[in-house]
Design a protein around this ligand. Structure first.
Ligand SMILES: NC(=O)C1=CN([C@@H]2O[C@H](COP(=O)(O)OP(=O)(O)OC[C@H]3O[C@@H](n4cnc5c(N)ncnc54)[C@H](OP(=O)(O)O)[C@@H]3O)[C@@H](O)[C@H]2O)C=CC1
Ligand SMILES: CC(=O)C(=O)O
Ligand SMILES: [Mg+2]
Length: 540
């Protein structure tokens, strides 16, 4: 065998996109010179899944399982995805929330091999050069984060890379985007997490976060490089802190095929689930009184889409806004607050409206005060504040509302505003409960943007859309709201996420065409064509 063939054999085995491990056939072993590098047994993908599943379950805890799965992904992508797809309810909590939260916090501890791109501030002149690698020629979907607001865990610096990796694993699992077509990117502009900067194991750039004009210039350079290198790519902004999340979405949504998952994906998931929930409670969305706790990127996005959904049910904008109360760090958001972020201005209430409220809070109008005076029918948490929905608030809300709808959406589990079992207990089982992360409590729904983003991305790509509009997210929310019925849940179970992504994709592609953001009636956007384009894990 020539030295070239030896080198190629090793390259084949060490590239996770080409490695098949023991599943290389005898013919492939002859052809690629793999004899001796593999044990003699020739296995199948199915037998490999059994072996890896056994090893996975022998790990002591979920963090070890997460690390095991990450290593598997870095050594054999087909096997990793086949294992994930073989049992989504078991695997999703390991590769995604809640365990991905530990994965980000302990990213430096388990970093082993390259995956995706770290674009660090000191490398800002090299972005084009880094993206030029032919290994990325097929890339269609990018998920990018700067690691500043990872789930409800705050600034995780370079460790935030766990999120783009996890989200893209779901693009493959749910929307069938081939692993060679996805690229996780972490913009490493430093971290303000002092413990990380002082940790000798930290793998990121040890500097305070770059902010202001330099931050903007860096992101601009990144966007220009992406646009030039990957025309038509879909870019998902993920887990940026509130202000940057809004600024970047506003600046780039018309320049790149892009969306912010925390603002728009979460909104569509929540509105879709609420539309399904209110159908069950028998009262229109426009007749609900909705309290949002945590008016950052996710909460404000949810509020704006709720306004749109209520307007579609006949309310005018002013009336729709009167159905929503936003509570943030300083209590009920009021228009006379000195420093209101732009996304909260439209949500702020006039202090005159609450002049005759009975309030406990001394310096602020607390969640409890708002519940006592508003008597909400729906309570949504996007605050990252563990146990903020306490017994006193929940019992008060449930007093007089037959089916209180309560969604503690913050991730991971350690940041959830309430435990679903407590919510059911305090409401005598009457609450309609949705959580951001999975819980074992029967009868609750996981309300997570994984129900939306894979389908939105797939649909936008299939339609070759020029942008991702609010209308496309509304179409996604409406389609999602129709999918749960058959199974008795508000949303379909996690086992159906591929079907959900397909249905959402079809709705999104049609909407793009109707709105003139994509060519009309393309063959590529029929349900059959989109389904046929979805890759299922199997060896070539
Ligand atoms: N289920 C799902 O699909 C999704 C869930 N989420 C979850 O939502 C949470 C928030 O995410 P995101 O909106 O992007 O983050 P942001 O930081 O943008 O928003 C959080 C908001 O909560 C506010 N807040 C902080 N402390 C309190 C408090 N004690 N009481 C009331 N409000 C408070 C923050 O104020 P300040 O800025 O002053 O700290 C901020 O406005 C996270 O836990 C995330 O995991 C997000 C996206 C999707
Ligand atoms: C689910 C998600 O995107 C988040 O918690 O940030
Ligand atoms: Mg997110």
């Amino acid at each position: 065998m020539s030295p070239n063939l030896h080198a190629r054999a090793r390259a084949l085995l060490s590239d996770p996109l080409t490695n098949k491990g023991t599943a290389f056939t005898e013919e492939e072993r002859d052809l690629f010179g793999l004899h001796g590098l593999l044990p003699p047994h020739v296995g199948t993908l199915e037998s490999q899944i059994v072996r890896r599943r056994r090893a996975l379950e022998e790990k002591e805890n979920d963090f070890q399982r997460y690390a095991f799965l990450r290593e598997l992904q870095d050594s054999n992508e087909v096997l990793f995805h086949a294992l994930v797809q073989s049992d989504l309810p078991r695997m999703l909590p390991l590769v995604y929330t809640p365990t991905v939260g530990d994965g980000c916090e302990r990213f430096s501890e388990i970093w082993r091999r390259t995956r995706g791109l770290f674009l660090s501030y000191p490398n800002r002149e090299r972005i084009d050069e880094i993206l030029a690698d032919p290994a990325y020629d097929k890339v269609k979907v990018i998920v990018v984060s700067d690691g500043e607001r990872i789930l409800g865990l705050g600034d995780q610096g370079a460790g935030g890379m766990g999120i783009p990796i996890g989200k893209l694993a779901l693009y493959t699992a749910c929307a069938g985007i081939h692993p060679s077509e996805v690229l996780p990117i972490l913009l490493d502009l430093g971290t303000d997490n002092h413990a990380l900067r002082e940790d000798p194991l930290y793998v990121g750039w040890r500097a305070p976060r770059v902010r202001g004009a330099e931050y903007d210039a860096f992101v601009e350079r990144f966007v220009e490089a992406v646009d030039a290198r990957f025309p038509g790519v879909l870019l998902q902004w993920e887990d940026f802190a509130g202000k940057n999340a809004y600024d970047l979405l506003g600046r780039y949504r018309d320049r790149l095929l892009s969306f912010n998952d925390d603002i728009q994906g979460t909104a569509a998931t929540t509105v879709g689930t609420l539309l399904a929930a209110v159908r069950r409670t028998g009262k229109a969305l426009a007749d609900q009184r909705i309290v949002l706790f945590g008016a950052g990127a996710a909460g404000s996005g949810v509020a704006e889409m709720l306004v749109q959904a209520m307007m579609a049910q006949g309310l005018d904008e002013t009336a729709a806004r009167t159905r929503i109360w936003a509570v943030d760090r300083d209590g009920l958001v009021l228009s006379d607050f000195p420093r209101l972020p732009p996304q909260q201005r439209k949500l702020a209430r006039d202090p005159a409206e609450i002049a005759d409220w009975d309030v406990d809070g001394r310096n602020l109008v607390s969640l409890h005060d708002v519940i006592a005076n508003v008597r909400p029918t729906v309570l949504i948490g996007t605050s990252g504040q563990k146990n903020a929905f306490d017994e006193r608030c929940v019992r008060l809300m449930a007093d007089g509302v037959e089916r209180p709808v309560i969604f503690p959406l913050s991730n991971p589990v350690s940041r959830a505003e309430a435990h679903p079992e407590d919510l059911l207990d305090w409401t005598d089982g009457r609450a309609v409960v949705g959580t951001g992360s999975p819980f074992a409590t029967p009868g609750i729904t996981q309300v997570n943007n994984v129900y939306i983003f894979p389908g939105v991305g797939l649909g936008a790509l299939a339609a070759r859309a020029r942008g991702v509009s609010d209308g496309m997210f509304m179409a996604a929310a409406r389609r999602l709201s129709e999918l749960g019925g058959a199974t008795g849940g508000l949303l379909p179970p996690v086992t159906d996420l591929r079907h959900v992504a397909l249905e959402v994709a079809v709705a999104v592609a049609r909407c793009a065409q109707e709105e003139g953001l994509a060519g009309a009636g393309s063959e590529a956007t029929t349900r059959d064509a989109i389904a046929a384009s979805m890759w299922a894990a199997a060896y070539d």
